[in-house]
Design a protein around this ligand. Structure first.
Ligand SMILES: [Zn+2]
Length: 403
């Protein structure tokens, strides 16, 4: 008996001595410090869609249900910079429809600049990789512009340069439908990858120094782009298809090619792309009914769009969605890092375009990603690469190549 007590006591003592030698590190404190020192960039948000709502004000802490990104939320979440997408839903592809799309794109560019200009002491529109570094030192947020959907150029190649001059630093070649540039991951085969016009677009983007965004494009389109592009590419908001099987996510083969290309995949945190979770049947039915009511959400006017958004979020109130969480997001990061290394992964939330998971559901919660990375043993150097280093490396390469 005494012997047992003695062994137990020695064991307890040895544990105590061990834990005194190696105190439990305060991971939260460590993560907070790293997060503060790190330049953080979110490569994809659809926040300009919220500008249609007259109540939206980038300088105020807007209702989280209607908007996930604004300057106070970015500050609270230690998010230094974000790409705001000039997003165009794919509509018809003829001269009249193209004209409307081009006009709409111009309108969104102007709206982003106008909204940011309301708060010159808090934020600025950024145009170069160094702008984010400079603005962080000044305590200001950097807002970059990206175009989501090459439909914004219709079939006018000269618009690539024009949009670059207006501030666009990447263009997602298509969205969830095929366009004149290439096939989408969510549509049928039309061009079998990049079209002839799409090849010209890739060359022109290389020439002017605009990053090519391969998110949303079909696998074949992706391989065509990689073969043709003289510069590394980005996937501004995508995940691993091995971890979550969705055509929008990237296969291992694509990720290996991306590594060879020197590019970067920016981890999307839209729950459906992160993890398959069965949702409440009533929620699904309500969403289907809404889709039917608004004829598949096709050709919505701005007024109608506002109504749809309000009703869509209304469904969330009654039947809250079951979401993936930050651990699931970092599972993708772990997987991608193991497959292609630490130099090819970043973060692109897709906030205000459906993005958001439990624990990181708006820009004020960004630090939780850093915390999870710290918990899993990522070094400060790794975390800096993930939050901005890798994306800025590609951005610089693309600008160096331009004439
Ligand atoms: Zn998207």
């Amino acid at each position: 008996m005494m012997k047992t007590i003695f062994i137990a006591f020695s064991l307890l003592l040895s544990i105590t001595v061990y834990s005194q030698k190696k105190p439990e590190p305060n991971l939260e404190k460590k993560a907070a410090e790293i997060h503060k020192r790190t330049l953080t960039i979110d490569s994809h948000t659809d926040t300009p869609l919220r500008f249609l709502n007259a109540d939206f004000d980038i300088g105020k802490d807007n209702d989280k249900r209607s908007s996930k990104v604004d300057l106070p939320k970015m500050k609270a979440g230690g998010l230094d910079a974000a790409f705001f997408a000039v997003f165009l839903g794919q509509r018809e592809r003829n001269d009249d429809a193209n004209k409307i799309a081009i006009a709409k794109a111009h309108e969104i560019f102007a709206a982003v600049k106008k909204e940011v200009a309301r708060y010159p002491d808090l934020a600025e529109v950024a145009y170069t990789p160094n702008d984010a570094i400079k603005l962080k030192k000044q305590g200001k947020r950097a807002i970059y512009i990206g175009i989501e959907n090459g439909y914004a150029i219709g079939n006018d190649i000269s618009l690539v340069k024009k949009y670059f001059e207006m501030g666009a630093r990447y263009m997602t070649l298509c969205h969830s439908k095929n366009n004149d540039i290439c096939d989408s991951a969510n549509d049928t085969i039309e061009h079998n990858g990049l079209s002839k016009f799409g090849e010209d677009v890739v060359k022109e983007m290389n020439r002017v120094g605009m990053m090519i965004d391969v998110s949303h494009i079909s696998d074949k389109s992706f391989f065509d782009v990689i073969k043709l592009s003289k510069t590394p590419v980005i996937a501004s908001h995508s995940c691993s298809r091995t971890i979550c099987n969705n055509p929008r996510n990237m296969t291992d083969e694509m990720l290996m090619k991306l590594k060879e290309n020197g590019g970067v995949i920016q981890m999307c945190i839209l729950s459906d792309y992160v993890k398959k979770i069965d949702q409440d049947t009533l929620r699904i039915q309500a969403q289907l009914a809404l889709r039917e009511k608004y004829k598949g959400f096709k050709n919505l006017s701005d007024e109608m769009y506002k109504k749809v958004i309000a009703e869509w979020y209304g469904i969330d109130e009654v039947y809250p969605p079951k979401l993936a969480d930050v651990e699931d997001v970092v599972d993708h990061i772990d997987y991608i890092v193991k497959l292609i290394g630490i130099d090819h992964i970043g973060i692109g939330t897709d906030f205000d375009g459906g993005g958001g998971v439990n624990g990181c559901n708006n820009a004020s919660e960004m630090e939780n990603i850093t915390l999870e990375l710290v918990k899993r043993g990522y070094s400060e150097e790794d975390i800096q690469k993930i939050w901005s280093g890798n994306l800025l490396r590609v951005y610089r390469k693309v600008m160096e190549y331009a004439d």
